[in-house]
Design a protein around this ligand. Structure first.
Ligand code: A3P
Length: 287
């Protein structure tokens, strides 16, 4: 246990994710018509979330502008500063179709996610860019600890000893379920390469159509530049994140890890990836 976190069933959790939440979430009632966005932190959750919100309101900008993200999205894991009720309590009262979100590893997520088979959108991102993005998130997020040096942080990421647990465990779990009818496994790097195609995939998977001729507008709305400049999305109003230390919408790139990983860290990480992912077939574009 540290000032910021503790380990529960082998996974490090910020103190803000209280035991009460972890217990209640396991038996949370999932609905068949829920849409679940599941990610390891820093994989592009906020990006996919914006796509889902926009699709859910028929890609209508005026309707989108009236939506408060924290009301539309039920992020189960955390009692965020300013929230007066646990998210699982609020979510249980919301009308369908709900958009649910979690970063929890399989052992802690609601058991009914497997039995009720809601629509699950899983977004994966290459772990080297996640490492860098998460490093800055540790600096700017007031609820988790700041590492003094990149090297110290890198070791913790390598060991799977950061909040949320191992990147490998979570991604393998969902990769192994990628062919389930109710699972859409996406990659951040594919979203960077061809956002329009990924938006169409999500739209068809969920059944929230992009109106005829509007795809370009949706792509534009969900572009990094647009999201970075939108105060409703970019966390500038968040009490949890000090954007003067590092903006939430930081760089949005593939390959930024090259500015941080030393040659030996990169070699060690490649070896670890090879060991952990051997035979899985899960590969990423790293640049
Ligand atoms: P970087 O720190 O590498 O810039 P999450 O929402 O899961 O916490 O992920 C945050 C990461 O997704 C950040 O990565 C952020 O910049 C990136 N991101 C958010 N919106 C994006 C967009 N529209 N296009 C590309 N990257 C985006």
């Amino acid at each position: 246990m540290t000032k910021y976190d503790r380990i529960v069933d082998g996974i490090r959790y910020p103190l803000a994710i209280k035991d009460e939440i972890l217990e209640a979430v396991k038996t949370f009632e999932v609905r068949e018509d829920d849409v679940w966005l599941i990610t390891y932190r820093k994989s592009g959750t906020t990006w996919a979330q914006e796509i889902l919100i926009f699709l859910s309101c028929g890609c209508d900008l005026a309707k989108r502008d009236k939506i408060d993200i924290t009301e539309r999205i039920s992020f189960l894991d955390l009692l965020k500063p300013g929230m007066t009720e646990f998210a699982h309590v609020t979510a249980a009262k919301k009308p369908s179709p709900r958009i649910m979100e979690t970063h929890m590893q399989s052992r802690h997520m609601p058991r009914e996610i497997i039995t009720k088979k809601p629509k699950i959108v899983y977004v994966a991102r290459n772990p080297k860019d996640i490492a860098v993005s998460f490093y800055y998130f540790h600096k700017s997020n007031k609820l988790i600890k700041t590492f003094e040096t990149w090297d110290e942080y890198f070791q913790a990421f390598y060991d799977g000893d950061l909040v949320g647990g191992s990147w490998f465990d979570m991604n393998l779990y969902w990769w192994n379920r990628r062919n389930d009818d109710n699972v859409l496994f996406l990659k951040y790097e594919d979203m960077k390469e061809d956002l329009g195609s990924v938006i169409v995939k999500i739209s068809e998977f969920i059944g929230w159509p992009v109106p005829e001729g509007k795809l370009e507008e949706v792509v534009q709305h969900c572009s990094f530049g647009n999201m970075k400049n939108n105060p409703k999305i970019n966390y500038t109003e968040s009490k949890m994140i000090d954007i003067s230390i590092s903006p939430f919408m930081r760089k949005g790139l593939v390959g930024d890890w090259k500015n941080y990983f030393t040659v030996s860290q990169n070699e060690a990480f490649d070896k670890l990836y090879e060991e952990k992912m051997k035979g899985s077939g899960l590969t990423f574009r790293f640049e």
